[in-house]
Design a protein around this ligand. Structure first.
Ligand SMILES: Cc1cc2nc3c(=O)[nH]c(=O)nc-3n(C[C@H](O)[C@H](O)[C@H](O)COP(=O)(O)O)c2cc1C
Length: 377
């Protein structure tokens, strides 16, 4: 099974299965001299960790990360990156493989079971193996390293839609998103969404969601035209998360219904001579290159396919049958996808920061002030 790596100069490779002994990531291309400890990574893993509220799977995993390589004490005693591959390990401690006996022989509609068998003829059915969301823990760990590479950039994510229920944008508050278990930025929506999700969960069903991820502090100039577009790499990054079925940048699909006047972000000259955009329909990217505006992306996550409602399916033998998926599942995978989306944004931006340096470096280009192209802590 190839294709376990993502990125160019900042490149991650993830490994491991849901019910194997451990999973993790190798981060290749992280520059040397960046302070990095396990504590820098653990906070982000804690945000994704299962079993923290009744709204996510009850699997209890500490998701404690170990840094196995790529760091060393500098002359002042700080633990810093050395520029060599950084291996990150997270042990699985709460596997319960017997829950998955039924899935060994039957395909869950909406899950990857049939497609994996059709392609490989062998499948680790315990928890979905590689198709399990456990893989996303490795991405979150790697994303924490990426954040350190682009330390001047702030990346935040929130759940902006659960099932048919959208937030009121007038009440969007990042601090609120950080303070409730649904990562919902609209304080008034939280209780309603919680009741709604309780009903979904108790009925044995599941629901989808939309996640918004915003990066602030990205200077103009990251990304490249055509095949190196920042927005196409972001779309690829979000689409690679299990259960994601759609990605938007800026106005996204709504842009199709806008007039040219409403869609184009008008510009004025700011006090420091830098442009000021009067809107951000572009989501901070034009021609595949960042404009200096916040990078705004959204992705849609489908409802969990492992549900307690009996569904028609076939067995490996080809016989028609029914399946009820027991075990511990997220009723709304979108919730834990929030930190995963943040991590993928960080990984793409760290990669583009290094690729940008490789193209124009400190020398800058005719229209770009090199100072604005360098991330400073
Ligand atoms: C954070 C997260 C948690 C998930 N939890 C579950 C789960 O508990 N049960 C399940 O059936 N699928 C879960 N999924 C989705 C499956 O991994 C995914 O649907 C499956 O691999 C099939 O891939 P696809 O949906 O991309 O086609 C989760 C996905 C994410 C991102």
């Amino acid at each position: 099974m190839s294709h376990n790596s993502f990125g160019h100069l900042f490149r991650i490779t993830t490994f491991g299965e849901s019910h194997g002994p451990a999973l993790g990531a190798i981060v290749d291309g992280c520059p040397p001299g960046i302070e990095l400890t396990e504590a820098d990574i653990q906070g982000f893993l804690d945000k994704r960790r299962p079993g923290q509220s009744r709204f996510t799977t009850q699997r209890q995993e500490p998701d404690a990360v170990k840094i196995l390589s790529g760091v060393f004490a500098d002359p002042s005693g700080r633990q810093v990156t050395t520029g060599t591959p950084i291996a990150l390990l997270i042990e699985n401690t709460d596997q319960r493989s017997k829950d998955y006996g039924d899935i060994a022989e039957k395909y869950r509609p909406g899950h990857a079971d049939y497609a994996y068998d059709a392609k490989y003829g062998i499948r680790d059915y315990r928890g979905g193996g590689r198709s399990s969301a456990r893989e996303t823990a490795a991405r979150v760990a790697a994303g924490a390293v990426a954040r350190k590479v682009i330390a001047g950039v702030t990346i935040r994510g929130a759940l902006v839609q659960m099932g048919p229920h959208k937030i009121d944008r007038a009440r969007f508050d990042w601090a609120e998103a950080d303070s409730n278990p649904l990562f919902c930025p609209d304080a008034e929506a939280v209780a309603r969404w919680a009741d709604y999700l309780d009903d979904v969960r108790k009925s044995g069903s599941s629901i989808g969601a939309v996640i918004e991820v915003v990066a602030e502090g990205v200077p103009a100039g990251w990304g490249a035209p055509i095949y190196g577009k920042l927005d196409s790499d972001l779309a690829s990054a979000f689409m690679s998360i299990n259960a994601v079925k759609g990605v938007e940048i800026g106005a996204g699909f709504a842009a199709a219904a806008l007039s040219g006047e409403d869609n184009a972000d008008e510009m004025r000259a700011g006090p420091d001579g830098q442009p000021v955009f009067l809107s951000n329909q572009a989501g901070g990217v034009l021609g595949g290159i960042s404009t200096g505006q916040p990078i705004v992306a959204r992705f849609a996550v489908k409802p969990t396919s492992s549900i307690l409602t009996p569904r028609r399916t076939i067995a490996r033998s080809g016989e028609e049958t029914e399946i009820v998926t027991k075990g511990r599942h997220d009723p709304c995978v979108g919730i834990r996808a929030v930190p995963v989306g943040e991590a993928m944004m960080a990984i793409v931006l760290a990669d583009h920061f290094l690729r940008h340096r490789g193209q124009v470096g400190g020398g800058g280009s005719a229209c770009c002030d090199p100072d604005r192209l360098t991330i400073k802590e």
